[in-house]
Design a protein around this ligand. Sequence first.
Ligand code: IPE
Ligand code: IPE
Ligand code: MG
Length: 248
Amino acid sequence: MKIYDRYSDKEMADFGLKGTLPQHVGIIMDGNGRWATKRLMPRPVGHRAGMEALHVIVRESHRLGIKALSVYAFSTENWKRPMQEINALFSLLTEYFEKEIDELNANKVKIIVLGDLSPMPEKVKNAMNKAMERTKDNDGLRFCIALNYGGRSEILRAVKNVSASGVDPEKIDEKLISDNLYTAGLPELDLVIRTAGEQRLSNFMLWQAAYAEFVFTNVLWPDFDPEEYRRCLIEFMKRTRRFGKVVE
Ligand code: IPE
Ligand code: IPE
Ligand code: MG
């Protein structure tokens, strides 16, 4: 699949693009706080700007025909932040989904929450449950929002579910664990992008990232735009994925 219509197959080959677009992109949206601090503004201003970047990148993912986009919005470790910042983030997320749901639904986007909503404030829970319910039959872009998400707690939860089902331990395989993760049924994670210069996973999709490619960019999340997204996708498409095999 081409990134932009204006590139011919020959041009794609000239770019050295070996692969196709990733089916499933994960984004660790980092750097909102620094973006605001640089402007002598409070951190939530950066989170608001980050929501605008998210709007643009979801739209672009839909336009490119990406199958699944998983974005890290709030980690299980982010509860360590000041309550004021957490509340500002939750309000922005609620506002985002209430405002965007019509456009997302019209574009056949299916919203999926990765994470445990139970300790979230009622208004966040309601907005997310409504968004999931309304879009559950859509067959377009899978837009997964990792909210109160941690890779380790996701694996732990899967193991508990499997154990509670009483399955014979000999029958436990990788597929059974995968099927009990929040991402059950989604395509394999192909690419993880992290903005703002940090080069770590911070507990994001530990199981799913086993064979993902990583692209790190110094751009702060609120400044991440379709141009930078394209640069990351092209970087991905230049990689040779071996999956343990010998590849010429
Ligand atoms: C990412 O931006 C958003 C969340 C983690 C919710 P940060 O808030 O982590 O911004 P920095 O890393 O402090 O700049
Ligand atoms: C990771 O960013 C979590 C999200 C983007 C939601 P953090 O800013 O929380 O990660 P650390 O603390 O720098 O590892
Ligand atoms: Mg950060």
